[in-house]
Design a protein around this ligand. Structure first.
Ligand code: 5GP
Ligand code: MN
Length: 319
């Protein structure tokens, strides 16, 4: 199946992703937007997403993203709306645009997503939505700008081709993408590894204050709103902390949470495969992958740890 066959006759098309978009979400959404714009120059094509981190400013036409939802007409009816990297419940304020569209397409790789809309392409064995999208595109019509966006998506969701979701096919696609000659080394450095000074400081603080429990097989840390104000950081600046926590020798599961409101926390979990963190996150209305998942929880920091620990302990066979 090729995506172009599903949208060829559409006069108006919209592409969107999930709230707090990560690298795969931004890369996929922009990759598909750039591809469709080139393939269907006559069509009206819009792209909706919460404002991505400025590390993604290197992606061509990123400024086309409609992020100011106040100025968006939520009654508009698109011929096709394609939502990527999530189901429509994580789209945020633009969800009505998807629901009102004449044709709704969902493309994702999250095991927790049952799929939504009229055409549902959810393949959990894929490293990333970007990888899946590349196969849904006509390779001959992919240009350097689309390739770069998809490359960023794959890099971010595989932790620079390090996570176990990386397959031989992922690497074959990466080989095709780097043939376009963009500076992939610089892209990886600037979008994945480079941190600002305050990002480095808050990561240091979170690591310093981390605590191990469950016979040292779990590790947890938290950043409060007060700390975020002190370091002048936003949630975008906290990426990478939970992965760093999982790197501690002997740890099977890492939990990181930051305060989003009164008694409200955004939770990120990572595992080395011994714990299915998606199943733990799903108990609290979240989702994700076996080794990387998240949810939002209400309660105190300690209540949340206790509640998450129940599902983790069951899987680690700890009383
Ligand atoms: P992160 O911890 O980096 O925010 O997210 C890890 C993975 O879990 C990503 O694939 C992300 O899409 C997914 N995820 C994080 N939070 C949620 C959530 O609240 N709901 C769902 N369904 N997935 C989430
Ligand atoms: Mn993804």
């Amino acid at each position: 199946m090729k995506i172009i066959e599903e949208v060829r006759n559409a006069g108006s098309i919209a592409v969107g992703g999930h709230i707090r978009p990560d690298g795969d979400c931004v890369g996929s959404v922009m990759g598909l937007y750039l591809y469709l714009k080139k393939e269907l120059p006559e069509a009206e094509i819009d792209v909706y997403l919460e404002k991505p981190s400025e590390i993604f400013d290197c992606i061509s036409h990123i400024e086309d993203i409609k992020s100011e939802f106040n100025n968006v007409d939520l009654n508009k009816i698109y011929d096709v709306f394609i939502v990527l990297d999530c189901a429509d419940d994580r789209m945020g304020e633009v969800r009505p645009l998807f629901q009102n569209a004449r044709k709704k397409i969902n493309i994702d790789h999250h095991i927790s997503n049952p799929g939504c809309g009229d055409l549902r392409i959810v393949e959990p064995e894929r490293s990333s939505t970007a990888e899946l999208l590349y196969d849904l595109m006509d390779a001959a019509a992919v240009d350097a700008e689309t390739a770069k966006a998809l490359y960023i998506g794959i890099i971010h969701d595989t932790g620079v081709l390090r996570y176990s979701n990386t397959s031989p096919h992922t690497l074959q696609i990466m080989a095709e993408l780097i043939k376009f000659g963009f500076d992939f080394s610089d892209l990886i450095e600037k979008t994945f590894y480079e941190k600002t000074y305050v990002q480095t400081q808050i990561m240091g603080r979170a690591i310093l204050e981390s605590v191990r429990f469950m016979h040292d097989r779990c590790i947890v840390s938290m950043v409060s709103r007060r700390m975020m104000e002190f370091y002048q950081v936003t949630s975008n600046d906290l990426d990478g902390i939970v992965n760093q926590l999982l790197s501690v020798k002997g740890v099977d599961c890492a939990i990181f949470m930051y305060e989003t409101g009164t008694l409200e926390y955004k939770i990120s979990m990572r595992s080395n495969g011994k714990v299915d963190v998606a199943s733990v996150a799903m108990r609290f209305g979240g989702g994700g992958h076996v080794r990387a998942a998240g949810c939002t929880m209400n309660g105190t920091y300690h209540d949340n740890i206790n509640n998450l620990a129940i599902g983790i302990a069951e899987q680690l066979d700890i009383e």
